[in-house]
Design a protein around this ligand. Structure first.
Ligand code: MEV
Length: 312
């Protein structure tokens, strides 16, 4: 007998890094997902058949191994007795910024729950996935595992006192198309989050001002998303990208893609997730602009994906 589970990929529309400090973020699951299957084997084994951008699995090897340790420890499961074989697959192409580590954690938690007949609820799966993320990347906000576990579009606010995080589902006024362009650079979340913290400690006043500007941006974004005012959402994404530059998480490769997609007609463009590489998301006003951006990205040998968010 085997147990199976899934975890969604995600994209952060507003607030990567800011969410670590208790500010609200907006994220959405995407339809691409990771699947996990758990069965008894000869010895403990992880077979990773997930599609991934070049270099991702090597760069993330230690992070994945720490994630697994934390999941088994938190669930109090001995992976050697009996030896478990975990097989990961699915159509989510692993890359920085797509929530691959959170999707790994929630899919494995679900598969273990089914394999061992634990009947865990989504809230329990989310808790396990958070522990996995904590082992893997240090001080996660919880936004990634929440999206991976529950799906849909959410606002997320980390409870800095340790109580339950504030999570609300957003009903989007009008579905919209997002083009995701990959810089091809994989980053370690733990390191980039730690760098931002160090910068903030060096200049708390500067960060206070940036955080206050960000809060205004995200509050307006929630209203615009609900109203279906996509043009304004785009403008606010640009503002968010400016603030991400100020906290040092952009990089020339991200900036080139932002510039290119804006020139081709994107309503807004920003990095998503860890930053300093990974993915750039841009908000497209419609099919024609999407096609132009996709063709331009491909002409520059960049990997590109299109997804529709906010569908009922
Ligand atoms: C990573 O996808 C998002 C970060 O804000 C880290 C986190 O929230 O855990 C950079």
């Amino acid at each position: 007998m085997s147990g199976k589970g899934i975890g969604f990929g995600k994209t952060i529309l507003f607030g990567e890094h800011f969410v670590v400090y208790g500010l609200p973020g907006i994220a959405s699951a995407i339809s691409d997902l990771t699947t996990a299957e758990v069965e008894e084997g000869e010895k403990f084994e992880l077979v990773d058949n997930r599609p991934a951008v070049e270099g991702y699995k090597v760069k993330k090897q230690e992070e994945i191994s720490r994630e697994l340790d934390s999941i088994f420890e938190f669930m109090k499961i001995d992976r050697e007795k009996p030896p478990l074989k975990i097989t990961l697959a699915g159509n989510l192409e692993c890359a920085s910024g797509i929530g691959a580590s959170a999707a790994l954690a929630s899919s494995i938690a679900r598969a273990l729950s089914e394999h061992l007949s634990l009947n865990l609820t989504d809230d329990q799966i989310n808790e396990i996935a958070f522990e996995g993320e904590r082992g893997g990347s240090g001080t996660p906000s919880g936004i990634d595992n929440t999206c991976s576990t529950y799906g849909g579009m959410i606002t997320f606010e980390k409870n800095l006192s340790g109580g339950p995080n504030k999570i609300e589902h957003i009903e989007v006024g009008k579905p919209f198309e997002i083009v995701m362009v990959n810089t091809g650079i994989t980053q370690e979340t733990k390191k980039v989050v730690a760098d931002v913290r160090a910068e903030k400690e060096k200049d708390p006043e500067k960060y206070e001002k940036i955080f206050s500007d960000y809060k205004k941006t995200v509050d307006e974004a929630v209203v615009s998303l609900k109203e279906g005012n996509i043009e304004n959402v785009g403008k606010l994404m640009d503002k968010n990208q400016e603030l991400l530059r100020q906290i040092t998480v952009s990089c020339p490769e991200v900036e080139n893609i932002v510039k290119m997609t804006k020139e081709k007609g994107a309503l807004g463009a920003k990095l998503t997730g860890t930053g300093r590489g990974g993915l750039v998301i841009c908000l497209s006003p419609g099919k024609d602009v999407t096609k132009t951006i996709v063709e331009s990205a491909k002409a520059e040998n960049l990997k590109v994906n299109v997804t529709t968010l906010g569908k009922k």
